[in-house]
Ligand binder design. Structure first.
Ligand code: ADE
Ligand code: ZN
Length: 323
């Protein structure tokens, strides 16, 4: 089922946290299986807790729910459930984020996290192309990020890039200059969340200090004319997540989202779903939100979809094969 009634546009999903696809029903199912106590009596009660006031209020629930992810099979089932939905959303390629520290801190082996996600990617390879981006949690130490990268080294052939996520304000990109330098040296593509809640200056820092090839969110870049000119000149991709920005109160409502202004400024924007189990919908719902909430035309939607492919880490030949 699509939300548009017409076949969904082919697109690449470049901003999706696989842990953010953990649906409330699955939280309960896995909690029962692993005997994990939940602070909610029902799926409905859990869903009612998804009433976020800012990024941190979401992250508190997001990390708490992850307690039910324990085994390699759990990670495989999580990614499989998501990848299965891709064809009906028009999603032909995914570069999915995962947060190893949120699992290793609970005693789950990184081998099980990466192993399970890879099992699912291989299982669905005929339906959708997919890669992994390992994210460092920016509200934890740089030393812990270094340890995480070291622990991931045996699995580098399964990882496309590194990212930076979690609580943004107070945790500038420069905290992670050294680990990103090492990751780039290992051949990993650098990306970072910046300018979601944090200031435009964090976007500049992510470019200057981390050498990012893509900026995740980046909506506050629009507040800095010199930065906009630089991003336009370099065609730096910005992976924008409209439903997320509304649900986390980064923008006051869909009708006031800066995406039209960003597109008009010549920025290389594409639209993605961030944490779809928490924010009200997957890729197609985000396209519907900009069509219905911002009046985007079919041509503009096609531009967003085309940008999603050219902003991916696939080469031109691989993109052509997917279209
Ligand atoms: N982790 C999962 N979703 C996130 C978001 N929107 N911002 C920062 N970190 C995240
Ligand atoms: Zn995100």
């Amino acid at each position: 089922m699509t939300t548009t009634g017409t076949p969904p546009l082919p697109k690449a999903e470049l901003h999706l946290h696989i842990e953010g696809t953990l649906e409330p029903e699955t939280v309960f199912e896995l909690a029962r299986r692993h005997d994990v106590a939940l602070p909610y009596a029902s799926v409905e009660e859990l869903r009612a807790a998804y009433d976020f006031t800012d990024l941190q209020s979401f992250l508190d629930v997001y990390y708490a729910n992850m307690a039910v992810l324990r085994t390699r099979d759990d990670f495989a089932a999580l990614a499989s459930a998501y990848l299965r939905t891709c064809p009906e959303q028009g999603v032909r390629h995914v570069e999915m984020f995962f947060d190893p520290q949120a699992h290793t801190a609970r005693g789950v082996a990184i081998a099980d996290v990466i192993g399970g996600l890879t099992d699912a990617i291989e299982h669905h390879a005929d339906d959708v192309s997919a890669g992994l981006i390992l994210c460092f949690l920016r509200d934890r130490s740089a030393a812990e990020a270094e340890e995480t990268l070291r622990a991931a080294e045996p699995y580098l052939d399964r990882i496309v890039g590194v990212g930076l996520d979690s609580a943004e304000v107070g945790h500038p990109p420069s905290k992670f200059t050294s680990v990103f330098e090492r990751a780039r040296g290992l051949g990993l593509k650098p990306v970072a969340h910046a300018g979601e809640e944090g200031p435009a200056g964090y976007v500049t820092e992510a470019l200057d200090e981390l050498g990012v090839l893509r900026v995740d969110h980046g909506i506050r870049a629009i507040e800095d004319d010199a930065l906009v000119a630089r991003l336009v000149r370099d065609r730096t991709p910005l992976t924008v997540c409209p439903l997320s920005n509304v649900r986390l109160a980064c923008v006051p409502g869909i009708g006031l989202h800066p995406l039209p202004e960003m597109l008009a400024a010549g920025l290389n924007v594409s639209v993605h779903s961030d944490d779809p189990a928490y924010f009200g919908g997957y890729a197609d719902a985000n396209y519907a939100a900009v069509r219905e909430g911002l009046g985007f035309t079919d041509d503009q939607l096609r531009t967003l979809a085309a940008n999603s492919f050219t902003s991916s880490f696939l080469d031109d030949e691989a993109v052509q094969r997917l279209l």
